[in-house]
Write a protein that binds this ligand. Structure first.
Ligand code: NAD
Length: 360
């Protein structure tokens, strides 16, 4: 028989972030009206080199609202790229930035806004969720600095699932697991509220239902819509509350060994949740409900493995000889986590993640 966990009396502070969200297939057609609504006239479009064609497509839609295209967004926002993009924005007299792409492109827009308060209109094409958070990251001399600042929050987000139809299946899965990670950790955040709890639970549910359908049929429009909807909810959870052990570990692994972002999240998540499972048993009940299995760590592992995701750090470039240092770095500075951070247990967690063991 499962034990009924006691629910403490309600007590919370909730802060909602002011962003305007336009969601739906074909919603890209609202772009010019949304630019006008921002009171902007000259939009600088941002994209990665890989998504240059998407950038050009946005440029064509913008017509005389188009100021220029900067198509060199890259992972982790190097300060040099951010400076260059800021210069280009100034030189072109841009009065807003339109980002089309994943977290790296949104991140570049945020780096510009951090200095200039340039309004951003974000058009996400992955499930990373950065477009609805005040979190920014900039990498200088090999060190990624992150922070929260309301100036970087995109003013408008256009979520058009049509733009995600071509997101490769492997990336869809790991990006979706990255999104789920925001919501699962959001459930046991110190500053969680009944609103963020609902958002997190439904975000997990939408992605857990949508991802298998995307894997089965990548151009299934309804499945893509469910996943992007889930990504919005999970990103909103990330933007509303603080994260804990899982995000800390991924930050350490990604920042120090340059491991790929979404894959690292996918691999670490079941292990981090296993670590916190008892300490946060009541909060994780919602995740168990959304995943259809009360053992959340196992459910997450099975979901990702069933979708063909990489499940072991050793398969994405981590060396076993570095695990001690990773454990050291993860326990160095104090941060909130429902279960105390113990070096030995963290080292064991990393070992499980390294070999991709199913949580017990
Ligand atoms: P990404 O933005 O780095 O994209 C990876 C590659 O996929 C890029 O070349 C991109 O152009 C391409 N791509 C994106 N969408 C595509 C599509 N629909 N079809 C084909 N290719 C596509 O990957 P990501 O996982 O979205 O973002 C990761 C970065 O975002 C990390 O640096 C992470 O730290 C950051 N992030 C920040 C926040 C935040 O709140 N600040 C939240 C989540 C992630």
């Amino acid at each position: 028989m499962t034990k009924k966990l006691t629910v403490p009396p309600l007590s919370f502070t909730h802060v909602g972030l002011p962003s305007r969200v336009v969601f739906g297939a074909g919603s890209l057609s609202t772009l010019n009206a949304e630019i006008d609504r921002l009171g902007a006239r000259r939009a600088l479009v941002l994209a990665t080199p890989f998504q240059k064609a998407e950038g050009e497509r946005i440029a064509a839609i913008l017509g005389d609202r188009y100021a220029g295209l900067f198509d060199r967004a890259e992972m982790h926002v190097p300060i040099e790229t951010a400076r260059e993009a800021r210069e280009v924005a100034k030189r072109l007299g841009a009065d807003c930035a339109v980002t089309v792409g994943g977290g790296s492109t949104t991140g570049l827009g945020k780096a510009i806004a951090l200095e200039s308060s340039l309004p951003i209109l974000a058009i996400p094409t992955t499930y990373a969720g950065s477009e609805v958070t005040t979190i920014y990251g900039i990498t200088e001399a090999g060190q990624k600095k992150t922070g929260r600042d309301p100036r970087v929050l995109p003013k408008t987000v256009i979520y058009d699932p049509e733009l995600t139809l071509g997101l490769p299946v492997g990336m869809s899965v790991t990006s979706g697991m990255n999104a789920i990670a925001h919501a699962v950790e959001g459930l046991y955040a110190q500053d969680a509220s009944p609103i963020t709890d609902m958002i997190s639970e439904d975000g997990i549910r939408a992605l857990a239902a949508g991802l298998p359908r995307v894997v089965a049929s990548p151009r299934d429009r309804a499945a893509r819509s469910d996943c992007l909807y889930g990504a919005w909810l999970c990103g909103t959870a990330l933007g509303s509350v603080g994260m804990a052990l899982h995000h800390k570990l991924c930050h350490v692994l990604g920042g120090t060994w340059n491991l790929p972002h979404a894959e690292t999240h996918t691999i670490v998540l079941p292990q981090a949740i296993s670590y916190n499972a008892q300490a946060a048993a009541r909060q994780l009940e919602r995740a168990g409900r959304a995943l259809g299995n009360p053992n959340v760590a196992q459910a997450l592992f099975d979901l990702a493995a069933g979708l063909g995701a990489p499940m072991a750090l050793r398969d994405i470039g981590m060396k076993e000889s570095e695990l001690d240092r990773a454990a050291e770095l993860a326990v160095q500075s104090p941060y909130y986590n429902p279960r105390p951070i113990e070096r030995g247990a963290i080292r064991a967690l990393l070992d499980d993640a390294f070999f991709g063991r199913r949580p017990k």
